[in-house]
Design a protein around this ligand. Structure first.
Ligand SMILES: [Zn+2]
Length: 52
């Protein structure tokens, strides 16, 4: 499971299924090569995002 590094959403998906090096997040619009794989880290990002 991967998470969005911007908002911590688990809905982040590779833009192209065959190329897992670029992700898109439907929740915040994030697009990039980096995705968080650590659930604990994602939870902290999510909490920070929710406070905004
Ligand atoms: Zn996001």
């Amino acid at each position: 499971m991967v998470y969005c590094p911007n908002c911590g959403s688990h809905k982040i998906r590779p833009i192209l299924p065959q190329i897992a090096s670029k992700y898109h997040c439907p929740d915040c619009g994030y697009q990039g090569a980096f995705a968080v794989e650590d659930g604990e880290m994602a939870r902290e990002i999510r909490e920070r995002w929710m406070k905004k």
